[in-house]
Design a protein around this ligand. Structure first.
Ligand SMILES: O=C(O)C1=C[C@@H](OP(=O)(O)O)[C@@H](O)[C@H](O)C1
Ligand SMILES: C=C(OP(=O)(O)O)C(=O)O
Length: 445
């Protein structure tokens, strides 16, 4: 299939951002004060879509995210024969599951640069009976998927990285997923484990899945287990990293998705940087997403937080530098890097080497752009150190990484002359980010 014919799966951005090469952030005149509810969690939306697509019967998903990462997932499920109704305005998706076996005997799937989509769908396709090819953009073809491929081969799945690069494109000649024992590497990404976990209840027999070595981003695995169990799967973890999954599949249901905690980090950071007070609705200490832990990092820096039953409030205070292991919440490391220049001392972000395999080499990219602002920043193998200091105007490169754009925009709230190149790259997980940030800052203009 000629992917050139695939409709551009982008969300209608506001005219200004879609058509603009660079936007300049206007500093606020005072503290950012307000309340915001980010769109649905990308990670939970894509998990719920996978599990509901494999379920018996119908599911209704509410609060879903509508962005490039979820649209490529939706389009792929449709190509796999899943009947699906998406109401973007209502943030709902109604779908009827395939009871564990995709109905089509071949499909070509285009996943742009959505790591969750290509990893989760690679495992899902092995449950089918036919030939499947999964591909993505140039950066996706540089993001490792070899550990997942190698794990599936332990169950005699006929799967290959087409170019021999341990990266996509992936080709699968599927004939259902056998049961058995397998191990998967978890030091580059937790998504390979999450992908296998979600497919396992639809295998032909029980699966015993073990993590081989260290595991990064553990909160995302806990999120996976929560969603699986919500749809009726039985999963035991007698020892950390050792999972026992009997067959039994999933049962369709109604499922509501909480707001995106990674997106919320930008609004908490806006309060921290400007000495303001921001409440994010729909999240709490009980959120399924580990990235609410970013609030604790801001508290370590000197801020105050109020945790309510259905909201979190961050109160900005004078900031001190921190030394923090962000392995579990690495999607908020870039947010912290944008806050750190406003602290009284240096900030060390450690144990995030796996960030180098995401939308870009996020360690190097963040160091480069902090230096472009005139700051002293040190790159380490596992992370970086940010030294506060005077800054200069700069147009920030965003490397087609939505989190570079969203994080460095925050610097511009306090520091004049910050431009964000390619602001439309936020379409990956947050098409309306700049509109929502502007809305939150309007009282501080
Ligand atoms: O499982 C998930 O939903 C995700 C896991 C994380 O990736 P890694 O496990 O590769 O750190 C995170 O960066 C990504 O945004 C979403
Ligand atoms: C790394 C990310 O996503 P993914 O791995 O799903 O592409 C992200 O959203 O920061």
């Amino acid at each position: 299939m000629d992917f050139g014919t695939l409709p551009h799966l982008f969300h209608p951005l506001s005219e200004q951002h879609r058509m603009t090469d660079t936007i300049t952030i206007t500093p606020v005149r005072g503290p950012v004060l307000g309340t915001v509810r980010p769109p649905g969690s990308k990670s939970l939306t894509n998990r719920a879509l996978i599990v509901a697509a494999l379920a018996r019967g119908a599911s209704e998903l509410t609060g879903v995210l509508d962005s490039q990462d979820t649209r490529v997932m939706v389009e792929s499920l449709r190509r796999l024969g899943i009947e699906l109704e998406h109401d973007a305005a209502a943030c709902t998706i109604d779908l009827t599951g395939c009871a564990g076996r995709p109905a089509v005997d071949h499909a070509e799937l285009w996943l742009e640069n959505s790591g969750t989509s290509i990893r989760f769908l690679t495992a899902l396709c092995t449950l089918g009976d036919g030939r499947f090819r999964l591909d993505g953009n140039t950066r996706m073809r540089e993001r490792p998927i070899g550990p997942l491929v190698e794990a599936l081969r332990q169950l005699d799945v006929d799967i290959v990285c087409e170019l021999g690069t341990d990266c996509p494109p992936v080709q699968i000649a599927a004939s259902g997923l056998p049961g058995g024992t397998l191990s998967v590497g978890g030091n580059l990404s937790s998504q390979y484990l999450s992908a296998l976990l979600m497919a396992a209840p639809c295998a032909k027999a029980a699966i015993n899945l073990k993590v081989d070595g260290t595991l990064v981003s553990r909160p995302y695995v806990d999120m996976t287990l929560e969603v699986m169990r919500a749809f009726g799967a039985r999963v035991e973890e007698p020892e950390p990293g050792d999972f026992i999954l009997p067959p039994g599949g999933y049962q369709g249901r109604s499922y509501d998705i909480e707001p995106d905690a990674s997106a919320a980090s930008y609004f908490f950071a806006a309060a921290a940087i400007t000495g303001g007070e921001v409440t994010v609705e729909g999240l709490s200490r009980d959120a399924l997403q580990g990235d609410v832990g970013f609030v604790d990092v801001l508290v370590q820096m000197g801020c105050e937080a109020r945790w309510e039953a259905d909201s979190i409030t961050l109160v900005g205070k004078p900031l001190r530098g921190v030394d923090v292991d962000m392995n579990a919440i690495s999607d908020t490391a870039q947010t912290l890097a944008a806050v750190a220049p406003f602290a009284s001392g240096p900030t060390r972000i450690r144990n995030v080497a796996h960030m180098r395999h995401k939308e870009t080499d996020r360690v190097a990219a963040v160091v480069n752009e902090l230096r472009r602002l005139g700051l002293e920043a040190d790159e380490h193998e596992d992370g970086l150190t940010i030294h506060p200091g005077p800054m200069q105007p700069a147009d920030i490169e965003t490397y087609d990484d939505h989190r570079m754009a969203m994080s460095f925009a925050l610097v511009g709230l306090r520091h004049p002359g910050v431009g964000i190149k390619d602001p439309g790259c936020t379409v990956k997980t947050y098409p309306d980010f700049f509109d929502d940030l502007e809305g939150l800052c309007r009282t501080a203009r």
